[in-house]
Design a protein around this ligand. Structure first.
Ligand SMILES: NC(=O)c1ccc[n+]([C@@H]2O[C@H](COP(=O)([O-])OP(=O)(O)OC[C@H]3O[C@@H](n4cnc5c(N)ncnc54)[C@H](OP(=O)(O)O)[C@@H]3O)[C@@H](O)[C@H]2O)c1
Length: 324
């Protein structure tokens, strides 16, 4: 059956200006790293995208290497765009990135012009679009001159292959250098994409303040620490998955903290996932929060976080005490 988007899709979503740019991002964006590849059920991927769009999520975050096999996230998203969302390209922001391991040999990762140019062309082909809205250098390359990486981002904007550019996972000093090179080239750095959650607060150590002083936006990832700050493990970690989950930081001592955080979430009338998202958005410093979902009801639960993103000083103090 042909998908017809919800006509009220823009009624309840909040759209935040990205730094000092002309662009606005939905407060919640959809991340398509996990659960969105050739080895996932296509119908679930399609329904997650359509439900997201119905709820006002206009921004979909991808990278060259997302999906299993790498690249299949972009292919699946491209297929959904051509089928369900055909005719809605101008209402949608598509992001992709390059930096991590994508193909064999010396030109398949990091930040050289050779890699980035080939990767951009492959991404556009997989997505089936002429341009992406944002293109990121996915990680800082300690060997390639930063001038080369940033000049390639500038080139993409001049070629019309990307409307805006950003950086991801760059630390404060790397960010300062990248921003100054891009400024000199005449293509501003629109946005930074760092990790950030109640359990991971590194951006509070200077990066967040620098971005806001420079008028650069931020879109943060892993607000729920891949499921740790949700209801999923509150009754215990399944013994047969303990080793696999420990590798991504989901351990019993951390789940014990999540249980205490859940008591605060309950007092706030939120699920733990909702509080995790609201906490990232508190105070308006973050333009958008990227969330992953393995089922459609996650999207609905997560968007409802926007009903309460204010925290009292007492709640913030209690959260800090739990996480100490
Ligand atoms: N720039 C980068 O280097 C980088 C790195 C990582 C991620 N990202 C971006 O950030 C996005 C999100 O990252 P992520 O998926 O790793 O982390 P996340 O958003 O913190 O966690 C998502 C996971 O939490 C669970 N979940 C989500 N909503 C839930 C809910 N309402 N109730 C219960 N469980 C819920 C689901 O896991 P289960 O159902 O499997 O338990 C889901 O897969 C990625 O898709 C990607 O776009 C970027």
């Amino acid at each position: 059956m042909t998908y017809v988007p919800n006509k009220d899709r823009y009624q309840n979503m909040v759209y935040n200006r990205v730094g000092k740019s002309g662009l606005k991002l939905p407060a919640i964006s959809a991340g398509l790293w996990q659960h969105f590849g050739e080895d996932n059920v296509y119908a679930t991927c399609r329904d997650i995208i359509c439900r997201s769009f119905d709820m006002g999520i206009t921004h979909f975050d991808l990278a060259n290497n997302y999906g299993n096999p790498a690249g299949s996230s972009e292919e699946i998203f491209g297929k959904i765009l051509r089928t369900q969302l055909s005719g809605y390209r101008d209402e949608i922001l598509i992001t992709t990135k390059a930096g991590y391991d994508m193909w064999e040999g010396p030109y398949g990762e990091w930040g050289s012009k050779k890699y980035l140019v080939a990767s951009m062309d492959q991404s556009l082909k997989r997505l089936g679009v002429d341009y992406v809205d944002m293109f990121y250098s996915h990680r800082f390359d300690p060997e390639t001159p930063l001038e080369e990486t940033m000049a390639t981002l500038d080139l993409f904007v001049r070629q019309g292959k990307a409307l805006y550019v950003g950086i991801s996972n760059y630390d404060l000093e790397q960010t300062k250098e990248a921003v100054s090179i891009l400024k000199r080239l005449g293509t501003p750095c629109l946005i930074h994409q760092p990790s950030y959650s109640m359990f991971n607060r590194w951006i509070e150590d200077g990066l967040q303040d620098y971005l806001s002083e420079e008028g650069i936006g931020s879109i943060t990832f892993q607000p729920m620490q891949r499921g740790l700050i949700t209801n999923t493990y509150l009754n215990g970690i399944p013994a047969d998955r303990a080793a696999e989950l420990a590798e991504i930081g989901i351990t019993e001592p951390r789940v014990a903290k999540a249980r205490k955080l859940n008591e605060i979430a309950e007092q706030r009338g939120q699920t733990l996932a909702q509080m995790a998202i609201a906490w990232v958005l508190r105070g308006g410093k973050v333009s958008s929060v990227l969330v992953g979902a393995s089922e459609m009801k996650h999207i609905e639960d997560n968007v409802a976080a926007l009903n309460n993103i204010e925290f009292s000083n007492e709640e913030l103090k209690q959260i800090d005490l739990i996480l100490k």
